[in-house]
Design a protein around this ligand. Structure first.
Ligand code: AMP
Ligand code: GLY
Length: 419
């Protein structure tokens, strides 16, 4: 079977790496891919970036499975188009992708089906939002409803900050059309947990829990990024909290998906906040996380292909996932300046040496004759496994220290044992 993966990050390199281990996969195309997917055996990159061209390619090249990496494609309706053409594709159709594409829709869905989440109000008029800010408790969280590449969430300590956020988003169009509607919600204290899961419309099967590290600086300092490192399984998430996730979030979500006839075969990524009041859902993402995927797939012993095909056939209940008992640490090396302006075209050395100690996934770099040149903010990921978190962490940092590029930055606190 030939597979097509759509996307170009470390996540897509990890998906391609995992699928490339399947004897039944004869060839993998990645559109547009990166230097990592270009280096995999039986894989090649495709310079295609629009859905009509991808559909044509899938049809003409007998692609047996298309796996969509990133949300913009899903919200744009690529799954509906492939399915209408009779092609096998893994991901939610457009209506279900709105659980990520519209925070307003997602919050209304959570409220309707009793999914535990922060209290909120949504607005499509700035005056009404500004009036609400006079009475709401602080801190409060102002969110652009639409897709904003992970940047549309502003935590406001007081009314003045919140008013500025509302004006920036709704009147100055800081996030473009994503800010036509906003959600203002209760600020929740606690720690965050990422749970990626498989869904076939009748069942949801969670993968290993993961801890992302969102800020650019150590110990939650500095601006939020797409994610600067991951530990899996999450070291602080207890079995009781996991059960609360199942009861208060996962099962009500499944009931909602069925009641609203949003059934699909794809991923649900639950972004959770855990505190003494319980487990709350911050958001749904309808695709795998980056860099969570890199750590979680490194722990997955079962066939990803079997799991995905079972979802598409509505037979997820027949699959039992096997996991390594180890711990995974994923480090992200970024180009200095990220998440703001950063340089590209920086030559990278040491990837081969690092690969002797850990799995290296390329995120934002292209392949050139004698190695890789950076092409993005998050440049590469290093994933190591260990019998305990400390061992995985030591191994991951030893590997990363073999890699160099100018202005390389990475967090030094990923996988520190929680005190
Ligand atoms: P989201 O895109 O909704 O996951 O928000 C991005 C990040 O903002 C989350 O990962 C949290 O760190 C933070 N965040 C979002 N909503 C809240 C909330 N209600 N309380 C506290 N932090 C939040
Ligand atoms: N690492 C968070 C995300 O993929 O949204």
């Amino acid at each position: 079977m030939k597979a097509l993966i759509i996307g170009n990050g470390g996540r897509e390199h990890a998906i391609a790496w995992k699928l490339a281990q399947e004897p039944r996969i004869t060839h993998i195309y990645v559109a547009p891919g990166n230097g990592g997917t270009a280096s995999l055996e039986r894989a090649e990159n495709l310079a295609l970036t629009d859905s009509d061209a991808l559909l044509q390619f899938a049809r003409n090249n007998d692609i047996g499975l298309t796996f969509v990496g990133s949300e913009a494609w899903l919200v744009d309706g690529i799954v509906d188009r492939f399915q209408a053409a009779g092609l096998n594709i893994f991901g939610p159709h457009q209506a279900a992708a709105m659980l990520e594409g519209s925070k307003r829709f997602a919050k209304a869905f959570m409220q309707k089906y009793g999914v535990k989440t922060a209290a909120y109000q949504s607005f499509d008029q700035a005056e009404q939002a500004l009036a609400y800010l006079k009475t709401c408790p602080y801190p409060t969280v102002v969110k652009a409803s639409g897709l904003a590449a992970g940047k549309g969430v502003i935590i406001c300590q007081n009314q003045a900050e919140a008013e500025k956020a509302v004006r920036d988003i709704m009147l100055k169009n800081r996030f473009g059309a994503a800010g036509t509607e906003i959600v203002i919600e209760e600020f929740l204290e606690g720690f965050e947990v990422s749970i990626l899961s498989l869904c076939d419309g009748k069942n949801i099967v969670p993968l290993k829990s993961a801890k992302d590290h969102k800020t650019i600086g150590e110990y939650n300092q500095g601006e939020n990024t797409g994610g600067m490192g991951v530990v899996a399984p999450h070291p602080s998430f207890t079995p009781t909290q996991y059960q609360a996730f199942i009861d208060d979030i996962m099962l009500p979500t499944l009931r909602g998906i069925q009641a609203e006839q949003l059934q699909f075969a794809g991923i649900i990524f639950f972004g959770l906040m855990v505190n003494e009041r319980g487990v709350f859902l911050l958001e749904y993402n309808m695709r795998l996380g980056d860099p969570e995927t890199q750590a979680v797939l490194a722990l997955m012993q079962s066939s990803l292909l079997d799991a995905v095909l079972a979802c598409i056939d509505g037979k997820l209940a027949d699959i039992e996932l096997q996991w390594s008992p180890k711990h995974a640490v994923c480090l992200v090396a970024a180009s200095g300046g990220y998440p703001n302006e950063y340089a590209v075209g920086l030559p990278i050395s040491g990837v081969e040496k690092a690969s002797c100690f850990a799995q290296v996934f390329i995120a934002g770099a292209k392949k050139v004759d004698n190695g890789f040149l950076s092409s993005g903010g998050r440049v590469l990921n290093v994933v190591a496994l260990g019998d305990d978190l400390g061992k995985a962490r030591t191994q991951a940092y030893s590997a990363l220290e073999k890699i160099q590029f100018e202005r390389m930055v990475y967090r030094k606190d990923i996988g520190e044992i929680p005190s």
